[in-house]
Design a binder for this molecule. Structure first.
Ligand code: NAD
Ligand code: UPG
Length: 324
């Protein structure tokens, strides 16, 4: 297939581009490099440095793209509470402009990076796709809004749309000649920050809140290896069906508290990794754990690298060689 990957200079988009290319697809990456890195773009992909708002420059009528995989966006839940206008604009207004370009160019398939953050504080665990959607942060609200836009787009214009609701992505793609991983600057995610502490780049790991209703008072998240996640995109491309908006939760179904993550990071890195309890971060739900039964049944997706040790181990391999 001829594919347009928005956000292919970022973490999940660069790993997925690699797997798509290795499966024989033709990939064009469109990224404005606001948080991504030029060197993360797969060397055998075509690269267009542009904002998704201007995607019509690439998605011209007759350009012949078979699908758009839309990873580009702003991703920090904490920041979205401080600068909500930025998140509404970049994740909704610009994504709608991209959808206009998709429609005008007649692209038949669209795969979107949605998120567990659309659910907010769950009423029941694990979280299924039909659970109540009540985001506790602006980031989640913007992603849910675009999910709704895709539902109506599929219905009205026969698009084959798939939203993949990732839980917390971790790890790196370490395979043969390839080592592709997470680089955010500034970093806001728990695991890479723990690795910065292990590498001596930060003094200590601050854990935001220890008074949540969880096993040890710190938030609980479901971590999913980036390679398993990337594979789900290839399956979603095959399953996408004209006129339908399919939605899949992608996680392992196991919750780990922030304190447990710190403990495994200590084990994997063999360092002391000092931890300090800090105030809660606005907008954080207490617990997010996925039911991915639908993805298993309908896509045949089975996560393989499902231990925190494997995820933090691969992230540490990448971090020491390419980031530290
Ligand atoms: N990392 C996670 O844990 C996680 C979890 C759930 C969902 N997601 C979603 O997955 C997607 C990818 O996340 P990531 O961790 O790879 O993020 P990332 O920041 O590493 O990658 C995002 C990429 O999009 C590009 N980009 C941002 N705005 C753009 C715009 N307007 N035009 C063109 N390019 C733009 C950035 O330069 C960057 O390369 C995001 O949509 C995010 O919301 C991520
Ligand atoms: O220095 C830090 C950083 C994070 N946390 C906590 O660690 C947990 C995980 O936080 P983080 O790694 O920032 O991820 P989330 O806020 O859970 O969000 C991620 O996971 C979501 C899906 O669950 C995605 O939608 C988002 O894009 C992605 O950033 C939360 O309780 C944070 O408060 C800390 O205690 N200290």
């Amino acid at each position: 297939m001829k594919l347009l990957v928005t956000g292919g200079a970022g973490y999940v988009g660069s790993v997925t581009s690699r797997l798509l290319l290795d499966a024989g697809h033709q990939v064009t990456v469109l990224d404005n490099l606001v948080t991504g890195f030029r060197e993360a773009v797969a060397p055998d992909a075509t690269f267009v440095e542009a904002d998704i708002r201007d995607a019509a420059q690439v998605l011209t009528p007759g350009s012949g793209f078979d699908a758009v995989l839309h990873f580009a966006g702003l991703i920090a839940a904490g920041e979205s509470m401080v600068k909500p206008e930025l998140y509404w604009h970049d994740n909704v207004v610009k994504s709608l402009a991209l959808l206009d370009a998709v429609r005008a160019a007649g692209v038949p398939r669209f795969i979107f990076s949605s998120t567990a953050a659309v659910y907010g504080n769950p009423v029941e665990l694990p979280i299924t796709e039909s659970a109540v959607k009540a985001p506790t942060n602006t980031y989640g609200a913007t992603k849910l809004t675009f999910d709704h836009a895709l539902t109506s787009e599929a219905f009205a214009h026969n698009l084959a749309a798939v939203s993949l609701r990732y839980f917390n992505v971790a790890g790196a793609y370490i395979s043969g000649d390839h080592e592709i991983g997470e680089r955010h600057d500034p970093e806001t995610h728990l695991i890479p920050i723990a690795l910065q502490v292990a590498a001596g780049k930060r003094e200590k790991l601050q854990l935001f809140g220890d008074d949540y209703p969880t096993i040890d008072g710190t938030c609980v998240r479901d971590y999913i290896h980036v390679e398993d996640l990337a594979r789900a995109h290839l399956l979603a491309l095959d399953a996408a069906t004209a006129g339908e908006h399919r939605i899949y939760n992608l996680g392992n179904g196991n919750g780990f508290s922030n304190k447990q993550v710190a403990e495994v990071a200590r084990e994997v890195t063999g360092t002391e990794l000092p931890v300090e309890i800090a105030p809660r971060r606005d907008g954080d739900p207490a617990t997010l754990v996925a039911s991915s039964e639908r993805a298993r049944e309908e896509l045949g997706w089975v996560p393989e690298k499902n231990t925190l040790q494997a995820m933090i181990g691969d992230a540490w391999t990448f971090y020491r060689k390419h980031v530290a």
